[in-house]
Design a protein around this ligand. Structure first.
Ligand code: SF4
Length: 289
């Protein structure tokens, strides 16, 4: 039996990246092109993904004939946490789920604690938790009525730290699900994923570094600057989120307004003294590729 044979009930987390797409393809192949009825694929949309990511997910649905359930946060403080099922056509492209999540917790903190708003940051991944993990939990538990399931995650063999964190979470046993990582067990490396996509009829169409939320604070400053140089407009949402809340996503690097300024200088080919050499991506968990 290959690692891609999945026993349900299970939820396959599709981030809209090449690795999780690779995993989905091989799981489908292992099951003769059709998933067992108790194996569900979900994509949790934050509204901050690049349009190419949403197009890629739709292409996977079309080319492989696999149903993918698109989920979004839509909670309003006072009415409880909530999520909804959307689709390619009506999925947010303007950050609305992310904005709703930030507003929910700003209202909660003001009303119940008398405290100012906070933004997600490397030690408080409220965005991953509320928009991705809790979204899929809501779907599996409340919509499908399941008590426990396997969460199938696209962690590669060259991502051992992520793998061990997932296994540590399984050991703790505090979730309704167990994390399962078929690509890790199959020994799949990033190069394998890239060579797979080079042979397909369609592809993500952007550098994998641009996947997930466009300027996610867990990405390295170089990647963020590169993304802003390519599309200066994408900095606006992040700048507004920081300035509206009076907070920053990270205290250990320049804020997004400063990053946008640096990107502007780079775009004008102005010499800049930048040294972010110690900073690596922290992307992890459900926000992986
Ligand atoms: S990609 Fe980054 S900003 Fe988006 S949900 Fe994940 S951790 Fe949060």
């Amino acid at each position: 039996m290959t690692p891609y044979r999945i026993t349900g009930p299970a939820q396959i987390g599709f981030s809209g990246g090449r690795s999780s797409g690779f995993m989905l393809y091989h799981i489908l192949e292992e099951h003769g092109g059709q998933l067992p009825s108790d194996v569900h694929v979900t994509f949790q949309n934050t509204g901050k993904e690049r349009p190419e990511t949403l197009d890629f997910i739709r292409e996977c649905q079309r080319h492989w004939g696999v149903p993918i359930t698109w989920l979004e946060f839509d909670g309003v403080y006072g009415q409880g946490l909530s999520w909804k099922v959307v689709n390619y056509e009506n999925a947010s492209r303007d950050g609305q789920p992310f904005d709703l999540m930030l507003r929910y917790y700003a209202d909660y903190r003001r009303e119940e604690k008398g405290e100012p708003p906070i933004l997600p940051n490397p030690v408080n991944r409220m965005c991953t938790d509320r928009m991705k993990i809790k979204a899929s939990t809501w779907y599996m538990r409340d919509e499908l009525g399941l008590d426990s399931w396997d969460a199938i995650i696209g962690i590669r063999a060259d991502e051992p730290k992520r793998y061990h964190r997932m296994m540590a979470a399984n050991q703790k046993g505090s979730n309704r699900w167990d994390n399962v990582t078929p690509m890790y067990h199959a020994g799949v490396l990033k190069a394998d994923v890239n060579s797979f996509w080079a042979r397909q009829l369609f592809d993500l169409g952007i550098d994998s570094d641009l996947g997930n939320c466009d300027l996610c604070f867990l990405k390295s400053p170089e990647k963020i600057l590169r993304a802003i140089v390519e599309n200066p407009e994408c900095a606006r949402w992040w700048i507004e989120a920081e300035e509206r809340s009076g907070q920053v996503f990270r205290k250990d690097r320049p804020n997004y307004r400063a990053l946008a300024w640096m990107a502007d200088q780079i775009g004008r080919q102005m010499p800049l003294e930048l040294d972010f050499s110690d900073e690596e991506d922290l992307i992890d968990c459900m926000c992986g590729d």
